[in-house]
Design a protein around this ligand. Structure first.
Ligand SMILES: CCCCCCCCCCCCCC(=O)SCCNC(=O)CCNC(=O)[C@H](O)C(C)(C)COP(=O)(O)OP(=O)(O)OC[C@H]1O[C@@H](n2cnc3c(N)ncnc32)[C@H](O)[C@@H]1OP(=O)(O)O
Length: 238
């Protein structure tokens, strides 16, 4: 597995150090990063193909993913985050966190959503820059992918929502550069609260790596989100 990681670092050029003066052309920004790339290993490709097959009858849908926010709910996002465009300097640098690392070295993933069953699946290959304990993924990297997948599940089933609470049990360490499957579902809805849960398993489903439960809260359209205010981020409109 570690040899595979070293090969990945060489092929992606990650050992050459950071690129200076990087500018994002619109071509780069509009690349759909949830499609296979040369850094994906065989397992990742196999799972991707399996889910693409499942998507043929329309029950599952692949979710495209870009460096910039977000998905099909972009109009809703503009309603809740109208001030985001005011922070021009910072926002020109802003990128979706799990898409902010170079190809193959960080978060390689693709998500699929089942609208009938309210389920979201993420196939995830964690690259060599996500190391925690030697040879294994960092817990924060695992939490990031769990939060992102639970978030997509909550948002696609309930509307624009933010993580209010996230509980994770880390059962087994995840080997670096291996492929895992994050299986999320919407458990129940109570008012604006969306209760979602997930497990993270090996490709053959034999190893349970992590389990998580989370509460997302749907944003209240009657409250204004002020991105510039410190501490008063979310205030009543009245
Ligand atoms: C994010 C959208 C963009 C889309 C991008 C797609 C990217 C991919 C996805 C990426 C995904 C990544 C996603 C991320 O990383 S989101 C980033 C991490 N999350 C945050 O920064 C959220 C910070 N918190 C807040 O802004 C507010 O507290 C929120 C908005 C959550 C609620 O403030 P609001 O003023 O609206 O709510 P309320 O006080 O009227 O309460 C309403 C109800 O909620 C219940 N409650 C509240 N808090 C908690 C709690 N902690 N546990 C359990 N329950 C809680 C409360 O009891 C009440 O229940 P009830 O009394 O009615 O029964």
């Amino acid at each position: 597995m570690l040899r595979r990681c070293a090969r990945l670092l060489r092929t992606t050029g990650a050992l050459c150090g950071p690129k200076r003066g990087r500018s994002f052309s619109s071509e780069v920004l509009h690349v759909d990063h949830s499609l296979p790339n040369p850094s994906w290993n065989e397992d990742m490709r196999l799972l991707f193909d399996q889910f693409m097959k499942k998507s043929e009858d329309g029950s599952w849908k692949r979710l495209p993913s870009y460096k910039y926010n977000p998905t099909e709910r972009i109009e809703d996002v503009k309603i809740f985050f109208p001030d985001a465009k005011l922070l021009k300097e910072q926002m020109s640098q802003a990128q979706l966190f799990p898409r902010s690392l170079g190809e193959g070295v960080g978060f390689e993933y693709a998500m699929f959503h089942n609208h009938v069953e309210d389920r979201t699946v993420c196939i995830f290959q964690g690259g060599p820059h996500l190391q925690g304990a030697p040879g294994f993924l960092h817990g924060g990297a695992i939490a990031t992918m769990i939060d992102s997948t639970l978030g997509m599940c909550a948002i696609l089933t309930g509307g624009i929502a933010m993580t209010a609470n996230l509980n994770i049990n880390f059962r087994r360490p995840i080997p670096l550069c291996s492929v895992v499957v994050i299986n999320c579902q919407l458990d129940r809805v109570e008012g604006r609260k969306l209760f979602v849960s997930c497990n993270v398993r090996s490709m053959d489903e034999k190893t349970l790596y992590s389990e998580a439960t989370s509460t997302f809260v749907k944003l209240d359209p009657k409250k204004k989100i002020d991105i510039r205010a410190s501490g008063a981020f979310y205030t009543n409109l009245q």
